[in-house]
Design a binder for this molecule. Structure first.
Ligand code: FAD
Length: 448
């Protein structure tokens, strides 16, 4: 749609993953876009940071990318490593593969830096997009035409402001002067630290590349996602008080040798200690808000509007889906931005709250439940029911990660119903067992 009546100007705040995709999507519709990013250009080596080196892109993210630019999406997918399930590493060293989906659908590990650089290159190549690095937004005036003030006191006006400035969003904060926004922010009592499993001596992966590896230890866990160079990015998630006890080399090695002995062999003691001394500890928090817009002037998307803990691998995927939902609404309302933004707030909220909650719940599943025999049995029953009932019975993980046609809130509603039926089946099995047991005891009583 290049034929919007007058060319509207859009300021996107934040050149992260979501801001970059939003900029591309608006430019493809014919809007004139300027992206403002507080940091320097991440493509320059000196601006690279250490955190979260890879992430998992799944159906919602892929679908949104494809809808913005089919070719770009294709070239991204050539640089991913598909992961078909979780590989559980038990303390005794036993490995257990738990696939994600009956039809072997995969989530995809991708290098965050590569993805960000690729998106930024696309922005550079688009004639309607300008990117300004080193530009920190400090103030926003939405009384008349939206006006932005930057840290260097530069002031600029635009028709539309998109806040994609991450979980500590300045736009979200400034927007609250103009609308009654409900807002929650909740830290979980865990932190994370990134480690690295290098390639083996032959340059190949030391453990299976097509799994997301998990060392679940109930209160804490270690995970690892593969990189194209044969390495894995590994992350330790643990409560702050556990992490605080790891204050000397001795304690760190003792903790790892006790809980993750096979991982120590893979990472090596030297690299483990290096990471503990050099890498930052990350905070983990959830953010929800409502509303998301002020008329047709300003809207927040991505982490700025729904920070979530990383345990469902959906933060970026959901942010990309925000862009997709927004573009569909602009289509529907023929680029009447105010109508599109208002409907976005009305319809998107329930889905964002649903995934923020699911992400929190999934921490318990990853660090604890996956080790339970009952959990594994339930997954099997889930798969059997899916096999026979197909569309009528879809496991939660499949709906969230592989079915962008099912909104998050619908996935939650469907799984609540399915869980009631599963509980009924369990009750029936237990009841039948008790009935047969009682009959048997009575028969035994008559015999003797
Ligand atoms: P950000 O990536 O935070 O980008 C915001 C940008 O705005 C930044 O570049 C920032 O510098 C800029 N900015 C901030 N303030 C200003 C300002 N005042 N002025 C100008 N610019 C500003 N998601 C997944 O989908 N799959 C995963 O597997 C996954 N794994 C994760 C693992 C970890 C350990 C973590 C922490 C997160 C993970 N996520 C994952 C979540 C994902 O990283 C985020 O959801 C995603 O990066 C959000 O993108 P964003 O563009 O909204 O925000």
């Amino acid at each position: 749609m290049d034929d919007i009546k007058e060319v509207k100007t859009v300021a996107v705040i934040g050149a992260g993953l979501v801001g970059s995709l939003a900029a591309l999507a608006f430019a493809k519709r014919g809007y004139q876009v300027t992206v403002f990013e507080q940091r320097g250009d991440p493509r320059l080596a000196k601006n690279k940071n250490l955190r979260s080196i890879n992430l998992a892109v799944s159906d919602r993210g892929v679908n949104a990318l494809r809808n913005v630019d089919f070719k770009l999406c294709d070239s991204i997918l050539q640089h991913v490593i598909p992961m078909k399930g979780r590989m559980i590493h038990h303390v005794e060293g036993e490995l257990e593969s738990q696939r994600y989906d009956l039809d072997n659908q995969c989530i995809n590990s991708i290098d965050r830096g590569y993805l960000n650089d690729l998106l930024l290159n696309e922005l550079d190549n688009h004639e309607l997009i300008k990117v300004e690095f080193g530009r920190k937004l400090e103030n926003l005036n939405l009384s008349g035409q939206p006006t932005l003030t930057f840290a260097n006191l530069d002031i600029k006006s635009f028709d539309i402001v998109i806040g994609a400035d991450g979980v500590f969003s300045a736009v979200r904060h400034l927007l609250q002067k103009y609308i009654r926004m409900d807002f929650t922010q909740e830290y979980i009592d865990s932190t994370y630290l990134e480690l690295r499993i290098p390639p083996g001596e032959d340059g190949d992966f030391q453990i299976d590349a097509n799994h997301l590896h998990i060392w679940p230890r109930h209160k804490f866990m270690l995970i690892a996602l593969p990189n194209l160079d044969g390495s894995f990015t590994s992350t330790l998630f643990a409560p702050w008080d556990v992490m605080d006890t790891l204050h000397s080399d001795e304690k760190i090695l003792e903790f790892f040798n006790e809980n993750f002995p096979d991982a120590v062999d893979l990472i090596t003691e030297k690299e483990l200690l290096y990471a503990f001394h050099m890498h930052p500890r990350g905070k983990l928090l959830s953010v929800t808000c409502n509303k998301y817009n002020h008329t047709g002037k300003c809207l927040i998307i991505g982490d700025a509007s729904h920070g979530m803990v990383p345990f469902y691998g959906q933060g970026m995927n959901c942010g990309f889906e925000d862009v997709d939902v927004l573009m569909a609404l602009l289509d529907k309302h023929e680029d009447d931005v105010e109508k599109a933004f208002n409907e976005y707030t009305e319809t998107r909220h329930k889905d964002l709250v649903a995934i923020v909650d699911l992400a929190k719940e999934n921490y318990k599943e990853m660090r604890h439940k996956v080790t339970s025999k009952l959990f594994v049995l339930r997954k099997r029953v889930d798969f059997i029911l899916t096999y026979y009932l197909r569309e009528k019975w879809i496991p939660l993980y499949t709906m969230v990660s592989f079915r962008s046609d099912i909104p998050y809130s619908e996935a939650v509603a469907r799984v609540e119903f399915q869980n009631k039926i599963l509980l009924g089946i369990e009750g029936l099995i237990v009841g039948t067992g008790v009935f047969i047991g009682v009959k048997f005891l009575k028969w035994l009583g008559r015999k003797f």
